[in-house]
Design a protein around this ligand. Structure first.
Ligand SMILES: [Zn+2]
Length: 83
């Protein structure tokens, strides 16, 4: 279900990050998630009972500037000699 937040509320809400970026509904991975995503830092915040939890400590794991570092798997796919 899409976050049923008032567009005017979204206008006055801002991310608690230093950039105070604007928030958009959903997450980068799931635009229909019950969450708000900062357009500046990329952090996603959960929406609980229709109330956005705009706390840096509550930002969803795997979101934000630190999430940019993609975890590249160190183990390369080796061809196992079968047969
Ligand atoms: Zn932010």
């Amino acid at each position: 279900m899409v976050v049923g937040l008032d567009p005017q509320l979204l206008e006055i809400l801002a991310c608690p990050c230093p950039q105070h970026g604007k928030l958009s509904s959903g997450t980068a991975a799931d635009p229909e998630a019950d969450a708000l995503t900062c357009t500046a830092c990329g952090r996603s915040f959960p929406v609980v009972d229709g109330i956005p939890v705009l706390l840096l400590t509550e930002a969803l794991a795997g979101t934000g500037p630190e999430a940019r570092q993609v975890d590249s798997e160190p183990g390369r796919s080796r061809e196992l000699g079968s047969g």
